[in-house]
Ligand binder design. Structure first.
Ligand code: CO
Length: 137
């Protein structure tokens, strides 16, 4: 597969306003996107550094993956997302190498990205998201 770079770092938070104070007012990074991602049970605020993004993730309901994560580990880095050239090729290769993915096919994430998550058991302890952007910058 071809990895194009780091797309974003996903951070679980229980307070998007506090996040805005730090990431926007203190660091001066523009918030470029806000979206509810139904299939992940989150509201996400995206801050774009121009060279990789910060994705703040707020749980929409108790029992969502982010709510469970915060309950066991607290707020903090939840996943890292790498950009791939072609998500279908990437998934085929992961399957061939018996890498444990969450779900068998891509789903549509924030900003319309085609995404799949790789289980931490296959990556050395980090939840890793792969994402293909349809429209090339
Ligand atoms: Co993400």
């Amino acid at each position: 597969m071809k990895i194009l770079g780091i797309e974003h770092v996903g951070i679980a938070t229980s307070d998007l306003e506090k996040g805005e104070v730090f990431w926007n007012l203190v660091l001066g990074i523009n918030k470029t996107h806000t979206e509810e991602v139904e299939n992940q049970g989150v509201v996400t605020d995206i801050y774009d550094t121009g060279n990789g993004k910060i994705e703040l993730l707020l749980s929409k309901y108790p029992g969502s993956p982010i709510a469970k994560f915060i309950k066991s580990r607290g707020n903090g880095i939840h996943h890292i997302c790498l950009s791939v050239e072609n998500i279908d090729d990437a998934i085929l290769e992961l399957k061939k190498r018996k890498i444990v993915t969450i779900g068998n096919t891509y789903s549509i994430g924030a900003e319309g990205l085609r995404v799949i998550f790789i289980h931490p058991s296959s990556t050395g302890g980090v939840l890793l998201e792969l994402a293909e952007r349809k429209d090339v910058d």
